[in-house]
Ligand binder design. Structure first.
Ligand code: ATP
Ligand code: MG
Length: 218
């Protein structure tokens, strides 16, 4: 599907995906539907600076493999592992600029949860991110619509950001909680697609002896 000017509309679902869960998947599907996107790219973060010092998480290849398994039965979702091929820190603004250069006929819609919306000012070069995509923000952690709209207005004035609200349910699920559940031997059933759950079990992805809490205590 292309609009009148012949431009493609592509969603980007960026994340650490450690592991990918139904919150991410439902967000992407709702964005696809609500904004009539042609496709959604899942973009696992290479080496996100805000997650340095993380231990007990999955290996990069495992995070990518889990994303591939999670989206394989959805024809309008695809995986873009470009950030994984880059060394050093990876930044969203660089990824977006590279995509825009490679696909000048495409408009990008970057999908984020409310926590990412409130943290946008701490990203590297937020003004470049804002000028090169439309941001689609979903509620999370019971952030009120009013608070999100205030932040959207602030980011619009500050960076010229074009940010729209996604119409999604508030899904109380995070990868942090799922890593903890997996380490405690609790079930991830219904939190992640079955294929991801099987992969985590088969490869003991979260059976590392070091936990996030151990790491924070250091
Ligand atoms: P972690 O707990 O490790 O930070 P996470 O569940 O927040 O994991 P990320 O990979 O950090 O997952 O998130 C990628 C993007 O998806 C972020 O923009 C985040 O706000 C959004 N997101 C993740 N889970 C949800 C959710 N349950 N509701 C709304 N947005 C979400
Ligand atoms: Mg997160």
């Amino acid at each position: 599907m292309r609009n009148q000017e012949g431009r493609r509309r592509v969603g980007i679902m960026g994340g650490t995906f450690d592991p990918i869960h139904i919150g991410h998947l439902m967000l992407a599907e709702r964005a696809y539907e609500q904004f009539e996107l042609d496709t959604v790219l899942f973009l696992p973060a290479g080496n996100p600076p805000h997650k340095h010092g993380r231990t007990g998480g999955a290996e990069d290849e495992e995070r990518v493999a889990m994303v591939a398994l999670a989206i394989r039965d959805n024809p309008h979702f695809s995986l873009d592992a470009e950030e994984m091929r880059r060394s050093g820190d990876t930044y969203t603004f660089e990824t977006l600029l590279a995509l825009r250069e490679a696909h000048p006929d495409t408009d990008y819609y970057f999908i984020i949860g409310a926590d990412s919306l409130f943290a946008l000012g701490t990203w590297k070069n937020p003004q470049i991110v804002c000028r090169n995509c439309t941001l689609l923000a979903a509620v999370r952690d019971h952030a009120s619509r009013e608070r999100m709209e205030r932040e959207i207005e602030r980011l619009r004035r500050r960076y010229g950001a074009d940010i729209r609200l996604l119409d999604t349910p508030d899904m109380e699920i995070s990868s942090t909680e799922l890593r903890d559940r997996a380490r405690r031997g609790q079930s991830l059933r219904y939190y992640v697609p079955d294929a991801v759950r099987d992969y985590i079990t088969k490869f003991d992805v979260y059976q590392d002896s070091t936990t996030d809490e151990d790491n924070e205590a250091k």
